[in-house]
Each structure stands twice: as C-alpha cells, then as structure tokens.
Design a protein around this ligand. Sequence first.
Ligand SMILES: C[S@@+](CC[C@H](N)C(=O)[O-])C[C@H]1O[C@@H](n2cnc3c(N)ncnc32)[C@H](O)[C@@H]1O
Length: 294
Amino acid sequence: MAAPRGAPGGHVGARAGAGAGAEELEAGAGALEAVFPRDPALFADAFPEESRYRLCGRDLRIAQHHGARLGVAAPVWEAALALCGYFEEQRLDFRGKSVIELGAGTGIVGIVAALLGGDVTITDLPVALEQIRENVQRNVPATLAPQPRVRALSWGLDHGAFPRGYDVVLGADIVYLPETFPLLLRTLRHLCGPRSVALLAAKMRREHGAGLFFETLLPQHFRTELVRRDAEQDINVYRVTCWPRAEPGPELGPGLPQPAAGLGTVPTVTEALAGDSGVSARAGGVYGASREPP
Ligand SMILES: C[S@@+](CC[C@H](N)C(=O)[O-])C[C@H]1O[C@@H](n2cnc3c(N)ncnc32)[C@H](O)[C@@H]1O
C-alpha cells in the first residue's frame, strides 16, 4: 500500500512514498507524459496518482494530487492505514454514530468510516477539500445513506461551526507541528463530549513533539490510552475519552479494548522530546491518570 515515509514537515516528493503491495495506477499525466515519458513527476510541480487499497473489506481507489499546492495533505500516510487497520481488527461498527475526521488529507479514513455506516463529516484545510470530494465521489456509492459531508475545519479557528459531542472523532497523522498543538487541543475539547471517543493514529516522531502531545498535553484534558502499536513503523493508535468518565462511551464493536488496569506516569517534557521510548513500554496503559484531571 502506498504511503509516504518520514516527516510531513515538508512537501512530499515524487513517488518517494510508494510502499510494497499497492497497485499503483498512473492517472492524468496525459500530455506531459508524451513529452517526458520516463517520469513526468520529475518535471512537473504537481502530479496525480491513484492508489488502490483493500481496507475493512472494501476496495478503495484514492487519488493523491502530489505537489506544492497540497503538500502534506496530498498522500495517504501510514498512520491512516494503521487507523483503518485498527477499525478492521476491532470490527468497529459506525452505524448510528456521528463521526468527524480532522486533517483528513485524502479522506481515506473518513470514507472507510462512512462505508462502515457512520454519519461522517470529513474535514481539513480548504485547500484539501477538492481532493477529498474527489475521493468521496470515487468511493462512496451515491446510494449510501448518510452520505459523508466534506467541510473546512482549521483547528482552533472554525470548530465553533461544528456541533459538540460527536460520537467519534478521528485523526491520522495530525500531530506533527508543535505550534498547532494548542489549536488541535482546543478543537478536540470542543468536539468531544462526555460520551465521545476519539481515535488518533500517529507516527511517533518525537522530534516533532508526538510524545509530548500524547503523553503530556493530551492527558491534561483527556483520558488517553494506547490501544495499538506498530513498533516496526513506530505508529501508535490512541483511544481518547473525556475526564472524568462518569458514563461509558458508545459501544463501537465487540472487541473494543477496555481501559487497562495499570496507570502510567506522566513523562516530563524533556523526556518526551528526548526520545524516551516510554510508549512501547506502556502499550495498553493510560496516560496522565496519576493525578486528578483538570
Ligand atoms: C500528515 S497529513 C495527514 C493526512 C491524512 N490524515 C493521512 O493520514 O493520510 C496532515 C493533515 O493535517 C492537515 N492540517 C495541518 N494543519 C491543519 C490545521 N491547522 N487545521 C486543519 N488541518 C490541518 C493537513 O492539511 C493534512 O491534510
């Protein structure tokens, strides 16, 4: 399956991210290909690519418009595939659930959630919406109800236009810019109600603050459990719920992991950014529960 490697801090270059197993189809290189038949991507600022995935029993064709305009929003990132893998492993059922995806990029995660029955709103910065709409059109049958909505949501700015208390909030590889962490937290605090479950998948780039976010900042506001870890790819999936958890969250499927019995400790900011590998040691643990939540 195609997915870019490395950090999303810069723009993703030509095909650098194609991984094993994906059946790639070149699409739309058209006239340019006739002039530069070997690799039009070397000469073009932007090039489209279509990748195929089989996720949760569905075949998907995902367009990715690589180039300076979309930047990191263009590709399908590994964390998105990991999150869909988690849906599959846990046999999550989104029927009857209101779902919102943040920083959707291609929209692949929200599309899968919609195909699994969710009433889904897929969001990102305005520049990415056209690509997401294209992928919704390609992959969601017109007969599916409810149809996913695609809307602009810039973290910390427009969340007020969205209702509070979604059943499920989804995000894949949206934790990589420390300056956006307060904005993202504000948005999560708006969207998550007492019964919400957020599922956040992250490539654990500690140099970009992923450890700090999930082990220190997020637990100050939410109960944060590590529910899946791919050590080889260094990708974690966190289940995030509101403090205090007076009532159980919505049932998402038969196999949804229950909170672990052991409580983790909160690492210091220095430890988190210094690459302390506490996450793997605490897989299945709860972060920030060693003191009363705010
Ligand atoms: C690394 S990409 C991940 C895309 C997709 N979730 C995936 O995993 O394939 C990060 C995404 O976050 C979005 N993003 C970055 N900053 C944002 C902000 N301030 N508000 C909303 N979205 C943002 C980007 O546009 C991009 O789509």
